[in-house]
Design a protein around this ligand. Structure first.
Ligand code: PA5
Length: 397
């Protein structure tokens, strides 16, 4: 169950004329969306690809100690956030998946290499372009470790490449070395690639893929709500609310916020436009950023993602601790609202594969609609290239 409320703690901040104007743009926005050649993520994933992913995951689980996923940005956050939300905090008994490639920290890579030294590990390098520096450096270091352990023929069994179907260095390598590979389709960009092998393979190791896939496409029913969310955010932005805070009250949901920040940040942040996404975790951050949100510069609005039920019962003076956590969340929302902060709310009954996959689709739709409402192209990220060029110039010059 998912419930959306974009009105109760928002309406008094909404310029109704502006809202109606943007609601009236719906057909135009949907037309642009449907005419885009980057919405492959709305089409049903091929059953043969799903089978291949499942078989490969079965093979990894039965032959290796762990999977090391190498990727960054849209080639990382979707499965990472999903996986983090589903795991236990302690004594987690799921198959080990290590995410690497998101840092140039030599401490991290050195310690990871040491950790993997005596492990029988499999690598899944994921990069649509094949040119991403962090991914390539990490891949080289970990492949060298494998090379020190195995001959060419055996090495082949330890590497899986997920990349473009024909372009880029990684695809060339697949063709030369005969590595197992998966394709990120041309019509799906990084942060919209959840329903591709880039994310489904790491998730297939521990979760029921069919449930994730059906949950994801079930999100299609949210088109109207996704548009309403995009419009509400846009109207708030025009009234001076330039920052959106994603607020969660379960620590491991903070990774969902990380995924959201990338999705909206890279989709909207162009041509001097866009809402700057930030995130907080309750109740921890009530004792850090809470003061600012309540009484500071009122450039913020919030989206709360609330989980109604918990399987973990802890009694505190006759009350369930989860209920107390939710009461605090509701109270904070009201306090922030009274202090001048519009609060949008999304409630899910539980953190399930179905609900989270539903929400992934909802947010992806809404981010894309939002791009068109801002009159920018939602599916590119030219700004990311700027730093990459600067790095290349510095390293080569
Ligand atoms: O959303 C995006 O397109 C980006 O965040 C990319 O996913 C990120 O830059 C990594 O790119 P690649 O998959 O080409 O390595």
């Amino acid at each position: 169950m998912i419930r959306f409320d974009f009105k109760t703690y928002v309406n008094s901040f909404i310029d109704q004329n502006e809202y109606n104007k943007l609601i009236a743009r719906k057909d135009e926005v949907l037309e642009k969306f449907h005419n885009s050649d980057m919405i492959g993520w709305t089409e049903r994933i091929d059953e043969s690809i799903v089978e291949d992913i499942k078989n490969t995951a079965y093979n990894i689980k039965n032959n290796f100690d762990c999977l090391v996923v190498i990727g960054i940005g849209g080639s990382f956050l979707g499965s990472y956030a999903f996986d983090k939300m589903m795991r236990r905090y302690f004594n987690d008994d799921k198959f080990e998946v290590i995410y690497a490639g998101t840092t140039l920290s030599s401490k991290y890579l050195d310690e990871l290499t040491y950790y993997l030294k005596n492990k029988n590990f499999c690598l899944n390098v994921i990069s649509k372009s094949g040119t991403t520096m962090e991914t390539n450096i990490t891949y080289k270091v970990l492949k060298d470790l494998l090379k020190r352990k195995y001959e060419k023929e055996e090495l082949k069994n330890h590497i899986i490449v997920t990349t473009d179907k024909e372009k880029g260095k990684l695809r060339e390598e697949v063709n030369e070395e005969g590595y197992k590979s998966f394709i990120i389709p041309d019509n799906i960009g990084g942060r919209y690639s959840f329903m591709t092998p880039a994310h489904l393979l790491p998730l297939a190791l521990n979760y029921d893929l069919d449930e994730i896939i059906s949950g994801y496409y079930h999100g299609k029913r949210f088109v109207d709500l996704a548009y309403e969310y995009a419009v509400t955010r846009n109207v708030l932005f025009k009234s001076g609310k330039a920052i959106e805070n994603y607020s969660v009250y379960e620590e491991n949901m903070s990774y969902f916020s990380e995924w959201l920040k990338q999705l909206f940040g890279e989709t909207e942040g162009k041509d001097n436009k866009g809402i700057f996404p930030v995130s907080t975790v309750g109740t921890r951050d009530l004792h850090s950023l809470g003061q600012f949100i309540q009484e500071g510069n009122h450039i913020i609005f919030e989206t709360f993602i609330k989980v109604l039920e918990s399987n973990n019962y802890i009694d505190y003076n006759g009350k369930d601790l989860h209920t107390i956590n939710n009461i605090v969340e509701d109270s904070v929302m009201r306090a922030h609202y009274k202090g001048g902060v519009p609060c949008l709310e999304i409630e899910i009954d539980e953190v399930s594969l179905e609900n989270i996959a539903n929400l992934y689709y909802f947010f992806m739709l809404s981010a894309a609609f939002s791009g068109y409402l801002f009159d920018i192209e939602p599916f590119n990220q030219p700004g990311v290239e700027v730093y990459k060029q600067e790095v290349r110039d510095s390293l080569n010059g």
